[in-house]
Design a protein around this ligand. Structure first.
Ligand code: URP
Ligand code: ZN
Ligand code: ZN
Length: 460
């Protein structure tokens, strides 16, 4: 199959220009003016539209047993939602419990995905324990194509690791060229503050952000930075939410610590007042780190524009409001954490970031695609519009106008945190390795087309 995308304005992380793109099979084979389509090629007229490289979400949960519940999406539903929302590759967190064998966990996460995904995918391998057997097992997982790890400095007694384990994980990563992604919150402070709040009878969803204020996250970042400096490992802070944490990360970066920074679309457009909504509505907005005071939003948008913040992800973790979030009706610590947004990230970035001039189109491509590919060893196969790159392309119609609603979303969850929000622009066509997956907001691809992307470590 071949595709000619004609006359669109191509946007990369550093430039914009009008040209045609020709894709043969799974690959981009020509870019230039007035390309001709061979007989049988599918022609997509893109005049007046942008053409972006496929977007990459570096932080997604699909199979997630967590806080007594299972996240709702399967690969089939999540990958369709990703594609409708212009994301052509996702990286899922493989999160075994401490009792699980890492290799068995990796096999389980793979078995949930292989042959069941419409978009391409990879995993960050969660290290939730580091004992005498861990290094050999991680070596096997790296040999199978994984080049990044995930650690949690939060979730005491569940995914969280202790300092000795953190130190040994980072040393292992440094010697094997891996990058370590980390959830940074001080777990002791979180659990002590939760106990205090509950003892004082404070049980509603808004107490969640009282239990983990900005300093709790900033301390986690500082902690990780100290360990990263001592070991020399490459690190990546997931879901950075506030000015205090950014300050700690940038201080470390300035003294040579190897750190990349991810924020989330939720922190850019939502704030803690949503988690304070009455009648338990706030539970829809409970995630960790929590939504922050609105003043942080300009800091985060500014960080994306300046290049201080490298990537925008979703931390997609869909739990139903009716039957799952409600587990915390009388105790905020039992509300499964997460705000689903895999489908909305790019449209929200465009509508609430590019349109009002907070970031440029190129910065959107950089932070939601190219930087992700570069950081996680996928570039230039992904994250680029270049001859030889995968034909993962987004033809984006800036004239589209729509409204977000749970009634029309592809994500398998019973609410939208953005219900009724207006969007300007959306993908009219999305391709994954040369297959058309989306037309006019509808998934038209195949749910078995997605491939596991083998990655080779580069962060020595
Ligand atoms: O609230 C969140 N972030 N849920 C998913 C798990 C995690 O911490 O990434
Ligand atoms: Zn996390
Ligand atoms: Zn996460």
């Amino acid at each position: 199959m071949s595709i000619l995308i004609r006359g669109g304005e191509i946007v990369t992380d550093s430039k914009r220009f009008v040209a045609d793109i020709f894709c043969k099979g799974e690959t981009i084979t020509a870019i230039g003016p007035n390309l001709t389509a061979p007989e049988g090629a599918t022609v997509i007229e893109a005049k007046g539209k942008y053409v972006f490289p496929g977007f990459i979400d570096p932080h997604v949960h699909i199979y997630l047993p967590f806080m007594g519940a299972f996240a709702k999406d399967t690969y089939e539903t999540a990958s369709r939602a990703a594609l409708v929302g212009a994301t052509t590759t996702l990286i899922e967190m493989c999160c075994p419990s401490r009792a699980d064998d890492p290799l068995e966990a990796f096999d389980l996460w793979m078995s949930n995905a292989v042959g069941k995904s419409a978009c391409d995918f990879s995993f960050h391998m969660g290290v939730t324990k580091f004992d005498a057997t861990t290094a050999a097992k991680l070596e096997e997982i790296v040999a199978r194509g994984i080049s990044s790890l995930k650690v949690f400095l939060a979730y005491k007694g569940a995914f969280g690791i202790d300092d000795a384990e953190l130190y040994n994980t980072l040393k292992f990563a440094k010697s094997h060229g891996l990058i370590v992604t980390a959830h940074c919150e001080n777990e002791t402070l979180v659990s002590e503050r939760c106990k205090e709040l509950l003892a004082a009878g404070k049980t509603d969803p808004a107490q969640h952000h009282e239990s983990r204020p900005p300093l709790v996250e900033a301390e986690g970042v500082h902690h990780l930075m100290t360990f990263a400096e001592l070991t020399g490992a490459a690190t990546y802070i997931v879901h950075l939410s506030c000015a205090e944490s950014l300050h700690e990360a940038l201080r470390a970066r300035a003294r040579g610590v190897r750190v990349s920074i991810e924020t989330l679309i939720q922190y850019l457009v939502l704030d803690k007042s949503y988690a304070e909504l009455p009648n338990f509505e706030g539970a829809k907005f409970v995630m960790s780190p929590p939504l922050r005071d609105v003043k942080n939003q300009s800091v985060l948008w500014g960080g994306l524009a300046s290049g201080d913040i490298d990537t925008v992800a979703t931390d997609h973790a869909p739990f139903d409001f009716a039957k799952q979030k409600s587990m915390g009706a009388h105790d905020f610590t039992k509300i499964p954490n997460g705000i689903p947004s895999l489908e909305e990230r790019v449209n929200l970035l465009y509508s609430y970031g590019v349109v009002p001039g907070k970031i440029t189109l190129e910065q959107m491509v950089k932070t939601a695609s190219t930087n992700v590919a570069k950081t996680f060893d996928l570039y230039p196969r992904k994250g680029a519009i270049a001859v030889g790159s995968d034909a993962d392309l987004v033809v984006f119609d800036p004239d589209y106008r729509g409204v977000i609603s749970a009634k029309t979303q592809a994500m398998n969850v019973d609410y939208s945190a953005f219900e009724g929000w207006k969007i300007q622009g959306r993908a009219s066509v999305v391709t994954v390795r040369g297959e058309i997956a989306v037309r006019d907001g509808k998934f038209v691809g195949s749910t078995t087309h997605g491939q596991f992307l083998k990655r080779k470590p580069s962060h020595f």
